[in-house]
Design a protein around this ligand. Structure first.
Ligand code: EPZ
Length: 420
């Protein structure tokens, strides 16, 4: 298994081009199940999760041409030859559940393994099932699989989610796009990745109103047609790279994502005292002050503070003066980075869903272990500012969501290398 070594305390400077958004791509790719024509996606990131989703779709009958050099994917699902999403694939990636809605809409039947939990929480799929049953699917659980059947065609319905779920919103939007009649989703997720999905479906001939709001109205159509869709830039990757100069010092320009998607994160970063110059699709971040201010963060559904940037911003506050507080309200166990940061000398106390960070003057490199995607990258950020060498093991977690991270950082002056 690969490891990454970082020799810290080097000022950063240069430019980073952000890749396409993993979490947008993972919901756009299953759209291919809804039509016989080709769905073409550009600005596709070269990540292990994208490869896993290709493997899953191929197992269902999709023909996929992937060109990593051109970052393009052409997906054609003329026929569904298998409506079972195997446990072996689903257990690797929770987003596999996003084939359930499309399969029920296209085939009227599906058998998808329960994804199971992961490092950050139990992550049930009850809201996905609740919404799909409202659309007329008959679902039952058998031997660890969700078995779904539809008599005739899915029918539009009124669906009110008890709380916001990105994946459940996406599953219902995809299924409802081919249902008979109108579906109204209340308390829908407003994440930019959901907006990207809606915009793609509209370009395929789908009818969706309320895009980006918490009430989405979908008028089912009989067919969707070919489109070429450019995947949005990855706002979480952009936020992560914004923290690199803030933590290690220096100045970096990051481009390739609509910076309006990061307003709540930028607000917090400015509060720490970091200097930010924001344009539409690029942002310049510079650390101009010696010691940063403490902050208080509560994660929330979009447009609130994104849970996917909580671990990374916590790393910054390890160096701030005073006490910062992080309340994680989306996942029940998303402080897996804390014990590893403490190994590097951070002063963090966790009680329930709240982490209290007392700033220290420095961190010291150490051998640490990645546990989940965003926790892994918070250790990379810590290593950039630490004295000595930091060696991170289990970096396969990192490869799920960050394309060529060591190359992007070394191009900005970081002493970072991957080794076996
Ligand atoms: C998406 O996960 C993202 N993944 C996550 O990013 C992100 O952290 C999350 O949304 C929140 O923004 C992808 O888009 C592939 P949810 P998702 O359904 O859809 C609970 C990353 O690092 N819940 O909004 O699975 C759930 O347990 C990943 O890129 C239910 O209880 O998140 C969680 O506590 C991590 N029942 C909360 O809701 C359900 O049926 C929010 O989950 C569904 C969710």
């Amino acid at each position: 298994m690969d490891k990454i070594s970082i020799k810290g305390q080097r000022q950063l400077s240069g430019e980073v081009k952000i890749s396409g958004a993993k979490n947008a791509c993972l919901t756009l790719m299953p759209l291919s199940i809804l039509l016989q024509e080709t769905l073409e996606l550009t600005n596709v990131p070269n990540l292990s999760d994208i490869i896993t989703m290709q493997t899953l779709l191929r197992s269902l009958g999709s023909y996929i041409k992937y060109n990593p050099e051109k970052n393009s994917l052409k997906l054609t699902t003329k026929n569904i030859t298998n409506s079972t999403a195997d446990y072996d694939i689903v257990r690797k990636m929770r987003a596999s559940i996003l084939v359930l809605g499309p399969l029920l809409a296209r085939m009227g039947k599906a058998s998808v393994s329960l994804p199971g939990g992961c490092a950050i929480g139990a992550r049930p799929v009850d809201l996905h099932l609740f919404g799909l049953e409202k659309l007329g699917a008959k679902l039952k659980l058998k031997d660890g699989y969700i078995i779904g059947n539809v008599r005739g065609r899915l029918k539009g319905a009124k669906i009110k989610f008890p709380f916001v779920s990105v994946g459940a919103t996406e599953n219902i939007i995809m299924a409802a796009s081919l249902a008979k009649g109108t579906t109204i989703i209340k308390n829908a997720a407003r994440e930019p990745e959901v907006v990207d999905l809606c915009n793609c479906i509209i370009s395929m001939g789908g009818k969706i109103d309320g895009v980006g709001s918490s009430t989405i109205i979908i008028d089912g159509v009989d067919h969707l047609k070919h489109t070429t869709h450019n995947v949005m830039g990855d706002r979480i990757e952009m936020g992560t790279f914004m923290l690199a100069p803030a933590i290690a010092g220096g100045k970096i320009k990051i481009k390739g994502c609509n910076t309006d998607y990061l307003n709540s994160f930028i607000e917090k970063l400015v509060e720490t005292g970091v200097d930010i110059k924001k344009n539409k699709n690029e942002i310049i971040v510079e650390k101009n002050i010696d010691v940063l201010n403490p902050i208080n963060v509560i994660t929330a559904p979009y447009p609130g503070f994104p849970t996917d940037l909580q671990a990374q911003l916590m790393t910054l506050t390890c160096f701030s003066k005073g006490i910062s507080k992080f309340e994680e309200k989306i996942f029940e166990n998303r402080f897996m980075h804390v014990p590893e940061l403490i190994r590097m000398g951070a002063n963090i106390e966790v009680q329930g869903g709240i982490a209290k960070v007392t700033g220290v003057s420095k961190l010291k490199g150490a051998p640490v272990m990645a546990t989940d995607l965003r926790a892994s990258v918070s250790l990379i950020l810590a290593g950039l500012a630490s004295s000595g060498e930091t060696v991170i093991s289990r970096v396969y977690h990192l490869d799920r969501g960050y394309e060529n991270i060591e190359k992007k950082l070394s191009n900005c002056g970081a002493n970072i290398r991957r080794f076996k």
